[in-house]
Write a protein that binds this ligand. Structure first.
Ligand code: DOR
Ligand code: ZN
Length: 397
């Protein structure tokens, strides 16, 4: 049947069900530039079998997967081994998911970056430590990574938190270290602002194509807006949890909503929304970072940082559309067009068919991610994907 696309074209899909009376529209399949499918080393949290199913359920047809695995993906050997496992795991599904892999920066893997320049989608650098053991905190070493990525014209994606400030704050706040709200104080807004400022400075010097992951504060938005005005090659990502959650969620969810960078304030939510609309933010990445509920149940600070999200990004955005917070065209830019440009992705067309009027609750038992939970469970959402169309296959959701 014929289905209208977001830009007033039509596509013809062999869908049996009569959906012609519904408020249906086709959007390009989402590109999620930020997922952690946990292979190798975290297969109890996610695999590419469960991750691919979760992707399809969320209307995501292309993922860019992070290197903070165990072992970390920092050289040719670990990179190729990871790729083999992914191929095997995807073969066990009927999903031919589009995927691209980041290479993790270390203090001494410039040669590996050079070797793999045509295989990797981008380099990921942790300026501050997070899940896993990747870290390049030293300024001189950071400069080397910016320089080589600039020279090779590989995008450099940064986890922008200042490690020295994190360590200092952890010591200062040791009296309240068992309180989850301390997480947002240790990884304070200044921690993020300082690293983003540094990253922009280095991108300007070394002409690096900089991608700032999971922006969370108003100050970062101000810095990035200014950098763009100065024509520095910087793009920015926001995650649903920083758009839709803030520090009031700690009371209800505790360490379930612990992630790096942490949730901020409602003022920051608003600043991020403003930045989405005015183009300061280029992409929405889920930062799908599954951890088991049993792991999350460890008392802070022994609880892991990160939340699942690949299945809820699109419903949350469609719900925001129904609340007049965002236009469909903007959703497409943020979840497809801009990522394609930034990472220079060569992918075939894919679609997600959405029912803009469908109302349904997010439920843990409906999720495909192996970790099986979402902080958004229980929310009634208006606007859901109902089919995902990828590589000549139609998946009914
Ligand atoms: O909260 C986070 N979780 N932030 C990160 O940087 C990593 C991620 C993970 O892999 O769990
Ligand atoms: Zn991440």
């Amino acid at each position: 049947m014929k289905i209208k696309t977001f830009d007033n074209q039509t596509i013809d899909l062999p869908i049996e069900e009569n959906i012609s009376q519904k408020n249906i529209i086709a959007l390009p399949g989402l590109i999620d530039p930020h997922v952690h499918f946990r292979i190798p080393g975290g297969e109890h949290k996610e695999t590419w079998e469960t991750g691919a199913q979760a992707a399809i359920a969320g209307g995501v047809c292309t993922v860019l997967d992070m290197p903070n695995n165990n072992p970390s993906i920092t050289d040719e050997k670990t990179f190729l081994e990871k790729k083999e496992i992914i191929k095997k795991q995807l073969k066990n599904t009927d999903i031919n998911l589009n995927y691209f892999l980041y290479l993790g920066a270390t203090e001494n893997n410039i040669n590996e970056i050079k070797k793999l320049k045509n295989e990797i989608v981008a380099v990921k650098m942790f300026m501050g430590s997070s899940t896993g053991n990747l870290l390049v905190a030293d300024l001189e070493k950071q400069k080397e990574i910016f320089k080589i990525c600039g020279e090779l014209n590989i995008p450099l994606a940064v986890h922008a938190e200042n490690e020295a400030m994190i360590i200092e704050n952890t010591q200062k706040l040791s009296d309240s270290i068992n309180n989850i709200t301390t997480h947002s104080k240790i990884r304070s807004r200044e921690v993020a602002e300082s690293a983003v400022k540094q990253a922009i400075k280095l991108a300007e010097i070394y002409k690096t194509k900089l991608y700032i992951l999971h922006c969370s504060t108003k100050e970062e938005m101000d810095l990035i807006r200014l950098a763009k005005q100065k024509n520095i090659d910087v793009s920015a990502e926001a995650c649903p949890h920083h758009l839709f959650l803030n520090d009031t969620a700690y009371e209800k969810f505790g360490s379930k909503v612990q992630m790096n960078p942490p949730i901020r304030t409602s003022t920051d939510n608003e600043a991020l929304w403003t930045a989405l609309i005015d183009g300061t933010i280029d992409t929405i990445g889920s930062d799908h970072a599954p951890h088991l509920l049993s792991e999350k149940a460890n008392p802070y600070p022994n609880s892991p940082s990160g939340i699942p999200g690949i299945e809820t990004t699109l419903p949350l955005l469609l719900n925001a559309y129904n609340q007049d917070k965002i236009k469909l065209e903007k959703i497409v830019e943020l979840t497809n067009t801009n990522a394609k440009k930034i990472f220079n992705l060569k992918i075939t067309d894919s679609w997600v068919i959405v029912d803009l009027d469908l109302e349904k609750e997010i439920k843990n038992e409906n999720l495909k991610t192996k970790c099986g939970w979402s902080p958004f469970a229980g929310q009634l959402i208006k606007g859901w994907p109902i089919y995902t169309v990828l590589n000549n296959k139609i998946y009914k959701l």
